[in-house]
Design a protein around this ligand. Structure first.
Ligand SMILES: Nc1ncnc2c1ncn2[C@@H]1O[C@H](COP(=O)(O)OS(=O)(=O)O)[C@@H](OP(=O)(O)O)[C@H]1O
Ligand SMILES: Nc1ncnc2c1ncn2[C@@H]1O[C@H](COP(=O)(O)OP(=O)(O)O)[C@@H](O)[C@H]1O
Length: 207
């Protein structure tokens, strides 16, 4: 069967070892935990805490962080809407490969556009867990570890590139929403615990 795309005469090559066999070896199910939210909402912190917790439990995970991926694979991309879309598309494809390898892939990106997140979800039926860091803009702006909001408020970031502030939520398709509790942000380890409990309940932590 010929596959789609710009190339012609390309054919899908089957692997002798299948996903189920890899999952059995690892005693887990390959999946993608997609952490989305504003800059400064705590995505990377949660990704690290979750990866550590999974490691402690003997589960293999790998983090694809927006900042890191933009150092290599996506270093040709900027922050215009179409670049963000391409960033998410590529990371979605890579995450799909990791999940096929049997890993718990933790993708941590602003991913502000819901159509881009939906496209990734569509690539990974039954294996895409969207975690929304629903922290107030005011908290993220107060944290502002990279000075990004300050630059944006000072008009030093092009309007075009400011969609890290204009986040598009799609509440209906979320699996996990993390919020402040009584005006206080839960600890990273408490939030990681919530995600681990979800993975456990849904059977991802066994083959
Ligand atoms: N407009 C603009 N200008 C300069 N820098 C910016 C801009 N937007 C985002 N960032 C920084 O890039 C980090 C990675 O962004 P992402 O790849 O997650 O963004 S996106 O998903 O493609 O929207 C992102 O990381 P986090 O702050 O950890 O979210 C930001 O630090
Ligand atoms: N649960 C939390 N409680 C308190 N501070 C946090 C928490 N999560 C993240 N932070 C702090 O907020 C800032 C932004 O976190 P980061 O994980 O880099 O966010 P993002 O990846 O979404 O940009 C960092 O200084 C981090 O230490």
């Amino acid at each position: 069967m010929s596959t789609m795309g710009n190339s012609t005469n390309i054919f899908w090559q089957e692997s002798p070892v299948g996903k189920l066999e890899r999952q059995k070896l690892l005693n887990q199910k390959g999946c993608v935990v997609w952490i989305t939210g504003l800059s400064g909402s705590g995505k990377s912190t949660l990704a690290c805490s979750l990866s550590r917790e999974l490691h402690t439990r003997g589960k293999l995970s790998y983090i694809l962080d927006g900042d890191n991926v933009r150092h290599g694979l996506n270093k040709d991309l900027g922050f215009k809407a179409e670049d963000r879309t391409e960033n998410i598309r590529r990371v979605g494809e890579v995450a799909k490969l990791f999940a096929d390898a049997g890993l718990i892939c933790i993708a941590s990106l602003i991913s502000p556009y819901r159509k881009d997140r939906d496209a990734c979800r569509a690539m990974l039926p039954d294996a895409f867990i969207e975690v929304f860091m629903n922290m107030p803009l005011a908290l993220c702006e107060e944290r502002d570890p990279k000075g990004l909001y300050k630059l944006a408020r000072a008009g030093k970031i092009k309007e075009d590139d400011s969609s890290f502030i204009l986040y598009q939520l799609i509440a209906l398709l979320l699996q996990i929403e993390l919020n402040q509790k009584d005006g206080v942000c839960p600890t990273p380890s408490a939030m990681a615990g919530e995600v681990v409990t979800y993975l456990e309940d849904k059977g991802y932590l066994q083959d």
